[in-house]
Design a protein around this ligand. Structure first.
Ligand SMILES: *Cc1c(COP(=O)(O)O)cnc(C)c1O
Length: 431
């Protein structure tokens, strides 16, 4: 594929040569208008909360580490130390970190989407087999139900983290699990999946190919469920429920954003489901008092391209000469979800791209100065915030004022890393 001239003109020249950019989304509209056109709304998010609540006792049974939170999967919201915050955004603004890198069970944001979708599938299977609406959900952890679930396979394609999250919970419930991994997937993620009894299929191709292979296998497997990272509404709704969790934490911290002093949220973006769901959930909650900025590696800016050319036109980073190679394996995606691009086109403020060197520098810095154990993808929000708010390397104009409004409150979403093996983390620190 090559890009039509009119589409290419919508993409800043720096993108094609792999230079960092701050790209302001020209399709951003008032949140109310974007939400009115969205296929996913408040009722879906409410249904998501109901599913989490119903399954919480089951999760607490399956994963003892969740006993303390009564089966809720959430992470702390922590204030970044003022000196570090000041180097990111200057003195007048506050910076919070939503620490999904330490999310229980999976150590990454995929717990919100992948775990949610597998729970929903389990309930569907159980309901079809006569499990009552009001039945004790912890029964689903019994040998009898495990044997019932074992008749079904759950499949997924992934660069690693979604596969881990889906495989983990699927196996915990007794499902067969088959995870198709792209070339980016790290050896330790494969080993860990195999140890859980997951069938791991390794691909020499990229994420898009791994997803396609998993989709084809699922279509040919009776009773199988395919977790489709490119089009799944369930994943999206699972991610969206995170917005109300963080809103409660912000409320408790006395943070009440307004359009003039907004919440600016920095979200790493791979195929788009996680940042998309969170962004939609936050828009439902805060309207125009929230600004969401998505962050991609300079050689994998698939969502920037997809938003630039519009969701109707398929596009790959290869169409502009990029190779989709990045140290941020969780973000190594060449073709964005067009479902997410469509749903969130009017809600995303900007996309910022960051290079590998800055990701690694922030991994080191956040470990040494804040004790955060991040994988490179999870440091993307810091790299982007530093780059964009300082106003350096903007492709066209200065940062939009909302980001630098004196009362603005920044939230940087860290998305994975707590479960990195020690040797892997040491190697990252030394890179
Ligand atoms: C998957 C992932 C993301 C991005 O989520 P998408 O749904 O792919 O956009 C960000 N960070 C980490 C660590 C991830 O694993």
């Amino acid at each position: 594929m090559t890009l039509a001239a009119a589409d290419r003109a919508r993409v800043p020249a720096e993108v094609g040569i792999g230079r960092p950019v701050v790209w302001h989304n020209p399709a951003r509209v008032a949140s109310a208008d974007a939400l009115a056109a969205s296929p996913i709304g408040a009722a879906d998010v409410a249904r998501g909360h109901a599913l989490w609540a119903r399954c919480a006792p089951l999760l607490a049974t399956l994963f003892p580490e969740l006993a303390a939170s009564d089966g809720r999967i959430d992470s702390a919201l922590v204030a970044l130390d003022p000196p570090l915050a000041a180097t990111l955004v200057g003195g007048a603004q506050r910076v919070w970190v939503k620490t999904d890198h330490a999310l229980p069970v999976t150590g990454c944001i995929k717990a919100r989407g992948g775990v949610f979708e597998v729970l929903g599938f389990a309930l569907d299977v159980a309901t079809a087999a006569g499990f009552g609406r009001d039945a004790d959900v912890t029964q689903l952890a019994s040998p009898a139900w495990r044997a019932r679930f074992a008749r079904h396979a759950v499949l997924v394609g992934s660069t690693g983290n979604l596969g881990f999250s889906v495989g983990l919970v699927a196996r915990a419930l007794g499902f067969e699990a088959e995870v198709h991994l792209s070339r980016d997937a790290k050896a330790w993620k494969k080993d860990r999946l195999r140890a859980l009894g997951v069938r791991v299929v390794e691909h020499v191709g990229d994420y898009t190919m791994a997803v396609a292979a998993a989709r084809a296998r699922a279509a040919a497997t009776p009773g199988a469920h395919f977790v489709d990272d490119e089009t799944s509404r369930e994943l999206f709704v699972g991610y969206a429920t995170a917005a109300d969790a963080i809103a409660a934490q912000l409320d408790a911290a006395g943070v009440h954003p307004t359009p003039a002093a907004p919440l600016v949220v920095w979200l790493p973006c791979g195929v788009g489901g996680a940042p998309g769901g969170v962004t939609l959930g936050l828009a439902l909650r805060y309207g125009d008092a929230v600004r969401c900025v998505w962050v991609e590696p300079v050689r994998s800016p698939c969502m920037l391209l997809q938003l630039a050319v519009g969701a109707a036109t398929p596009v790959s980073v290869r169409d502009v000469g990029l190779d989709n190679v990045t140290v941020a394996d969780g973000l190594a995606v060449a073709e964005a979800s067009r479902f997410v691009a469509q749903t969130c086109a009017g809600l995303v403020d900007a996309v910022v791209t960051v290079d590998d060197a800055s990701l690694l520098a922030w991994v080191r810095r956040l470990w040494h100065e804040a004790g955060l154990r991040l994988e490179p993808a999870a440091a993307a929000g810091f790299a982007a915030c530093a780059q964009a708010v300082a106003g350096q390397r903007t492709s066209d104009r200065a940062p939009i004022p909302a980001w630098v409004a004196p009362g603005a409150v920044h939230v940087i979403w860290t998305t994975g890393g707590a479960l990195l093996p020690e040797a892997v983390f040491e190697a990252l620190l030394a890179a």
